[in-house]
Design a protein around this ligand. Structure first.
Ligand code: PLP
Length: 389
């Protein structure tokens, strides 16, 4: 029996596979998958526990509990400069992962194309294929990870339905500038396309960088879908609470897809999320300071080795050029590279090839994450000293 041709066209997530492989290697330090190894904020945990005890244990309203939609609406108005009606413009989903696939399914017709910046967060390719779209790639060029305006202009055409933006970016740490977003916004308007923007690292910014939501630019409110979640900002990747913000017309379609995919995100955890969104300014300042220190620690460690790190301006990843290390050890591709680093050093990373359409383009790269305790990074430092120049 022939199973789905679509699912045959992609593999399981390499990022999550690396976590499984690292668990098989005794004592391996997992700097692969982006989840914190420290506790989530106590107050937020208490809010969810209270919700369970108050018996908020049945289905929430499909598109999100009132308290969470109100909290999202307030946050988005103040932080992202986007006007939202909690009833008309928000769909609460199971993480931004579900927000992305529900959004694509809500807008795609057969033959549509979706533009993706490469290297990309690996879900976007399969998400496009599962929703019937053809992904088209625009290159982000190291070390600054800028794109060529001429290339993006060439990729937009009458079949372009959407472009996926991820700022701050995983895996490069790029933060899209206003100028870049304005160029994309103009192209979306010229070609009647939608900007789907994954902003889950919006509070993890360095070196004075600011976050700009493309939906806040002139003419973009009606043609943007802004995706986010509590996973990264509040270190709650396992709660699976996210959301999509869009015009009423688009939201009506996203709500339908979401309803039949998952019915709803976990009800008591939505209450915890509503509490989280009300955290005081100090929380976000501490978060930024914590990650700035972690980034600088890992950068300093990597700079001492034969691996060449690219400096991230946002998110919590460091892409690293391993050409020299691969030559020294006779390695041929990014999977061999990541497995070799696990066996030789005892640190798990994510093979660069998984962030590109073809392995060839990322074969010399590997991605480290630094959303870890200081002691975890220091333990990794001891191991990486083996690779000193
Ligand atoms: N989008 C990006 C860019 C990510 O890096 C990740 C997780 O690493 C996700 C989405 C998944 O987010 P969520 O946990 O909200 O589904």
């Amino acid at each position: 029996m022939e199973l789905s041709k679509i699912t045959k066209s992609f593999t399981e997530s390499v990022i999550r596979e690396m976590t499984r492989i690292s668990r098989k290697h005794d004592g391996c330090i997992n700097l692969a998958q982006g989840f914190p190894d420290f506790s989530a904020p106590v107050k937020i945990k208490k809010a969810a526990i209270n919700a369970i005890q108050q018996d908020i244990n049945q289905y929430a309203i499909t598109w999100g509990s009132k308290s969470l939609r109100n909290a999202i609406s307030e946050k988005v108005t103040n932080y992202n400069n986007i006007k939202v009606d909690p009833l008309k413009n928000i769909t609460v989903t199971c993480g931004s992962t579900e927000a992305m696939i529900s959004s694509l399914k809500a807008i795609i017709n057969p033959g549509d194309e979706v533009i993706i910046f490469e290297p990309f967060y690996e879900n976007y390719g399969p998400d496009c294929k599962l929703s019937g779209a053809t992904p088209k790639y625009v290159t982000l060029q190291p070390p600054e990870w800028k794109f060529d305006p001429e290339e993006i202009k060439r990729k937009f055409n009458a079949k372009t339905k959407a472009i996926i933006i991820n700022t701050p970016n995983n895996p490069t740490g790029k933060v899209f500038s206003r100028e870049e977003l304005e160029l994309i916004a103009d192209l979306c308007q010229d070609y009647d396309a939608i900007a789907i923007t994954d902003e889950i690292y919006e509070h993890i910014l360095y070196d004075g960088k600011n976050h700009i939501s493309i939906a806040s630019l002139e003419g973009m409110e009606e043609r943007s879908i802004t995706i986010n979640s509590i996973s990264k900002t509040y270190s709650l990747t396992g709660w699976r609470v996210g959301w999509a913000i869009a015009s009423e017309k688009i939201t009506n379609e996203i709500k339908k897809v979401h309803d039949f995919l998952t019915v709803g995100a976990p009800a008591p955890l939505q209450e915890g999320a509503a509490f989280a969104l009300g955290m005081k300014q100090k929380y976000y300042i501490n978060l930024k300071n914590f990650y700035t220190k972690a980034r600088d620690t890992l950068i300093e460690i990597l700079k001492e080795t034969s691996l060449k790190p690219f400096y991230p301006k946002g998110s919590y990843y460091i892409m690293t050029d391993c050409t020299q290390y691969m030559d020294e050890r006779g390695l041929n591709n990014s999977t061999e590279l990541a497995i070799d680093i696990i066996k030789n050093v005892g640190v798990a990373t994510v093979p660069g090839g998984s962030f590109f359409e073809s392995e060839e383009k990322g074969k010399h790269l590997t991605r480290f994450c630094f959303c870890k305790k200081e002691e975890t990074l220091q333990a990794a430092k001891k191991r990486l000293e083996k690779l000193r120049k």
